[in-house]
Write a protein that binds this ligand. Sequence first.
Ligand code: HAM
Length: 426
Amino acid sequence: MALQSLRGTADLLPDELTRWSALEQTARRLAGLYGYRELRTPLIEDAALFLRSVGETTDIVQKEMFRFQDRGGQEIALRPEGTAPVVRAYLQHHLDKIQGVAKLFYAGPMFRAERPQAGRFRQFHQYGAEAIGSASPWMDVEIITLCLDVLRACGVTRTTLWLMSMGCRKDQERSAAQLRERLAPLRAKLCRECQARFDKNVFRTLDCKNPRCHELAWGAMPNGQSPFVLCEECRAHVDTVRLGLRGAGIAFDDTRTFARGLDYYTRTVFEVRAEGLGAQDAVAAGGRYDHLVEEFGGPSVGAVGFAAGVERVLMAQQAAGTALPAPGRGGVYLAVTRAPLVAEGFHFVDALRKAGVPAAMDLDGKSFKAQLREADKSGYRFLAILGEDEVTQRAMTVKDLEQGSQDLVSFDTFVATMAGRLKAAA
Ligand code: HAM
């Protein structure tokens, strides 16, 4: 059998990539409007970066991280997410000293060795934004607004925003103690992993992929009560977020409690779920991580961000029937009636390209008919024909493949005329 791409990874073929790039461009443009500047971090990082942020007891770190030792014995990880690398870069390059609040945008591949299924991949792509250096609940509102603006601009409007607060670290300690107490009589019924992480990180039972643990953990709280107990300030914080969202006309559902599978969160967390995606319906998610910068050795500053899954947003676009239309015809295909005319044709194609006009021709001596087929199939707008008659007349026969019209264009004005016609058609 021919070699295949690995399970859970995908080739992005040109048609797909057109939709893909349009999405990333939209995200980049809107992030720019909000004052977020793009940065790129490496695909590989010291594995310790994720152990210390995403958390040692999380599924991502325990089971899903692609890890290897380099020749020097250093533990390397393919990045499973973007927040920890962005915070590392922020500190490494002293962005905290340059700007009050660093507002950063990123897009790129992430890697998690999950069991592949619809909407869940081993190499997937995210775009996201992080606002580092602000504790304001209004920054949570800004991040959520940006997240939803991008989705809306991409035609993904049938979404539900889940919002809740996990409280500050102190609240989390109290909440964990309470959950541990309620779950203690059921501990023996939890999976082996949950039993092992029960003392260290009982919240992980809430997002265990084993449905039984999930049920027991959520069922341990009376009357569906949230396991997260909030102090006065945390309550005020999330109230302001609610107020801000309402003011921005953003509907949200704050009646559900859900678990985020990463340890760095404090206070606000949210997920955006889209219709028509089946089980993996979270298209974007994020929240506040007010201790991560300090835990990485930086100042004690608040931070909040989100990341969206590109594959899932594209699936939601398709499900909503709002995928961007395939681009219209463009450029010029030059066909020659005889092989020796390739030299002359090449000169014109080169001149077109230098003038910024997409242009192509066959260089392999294909039949005239095959060249015409190629021009049509590849989506060219104009077909320019160069044959003996054209050479004699010093004018190219030009067919508009969309309108069906045809005329003669002098060699001298050919490049400028084609550039002008394509500009007018755009
Ligand atoms: P996350 O919830 O792990 O959060 O991922 C964010 C989004 O990435 C998900 O909602 C989903 O759309 C997509 N995603 C995650 N895993 C996969 C997968 N295996 N296949 C396809 N898509 C996937 C984070 O990564 C946080 N860094 C978000 C954040 C930013 N929090 C604060 N700032």
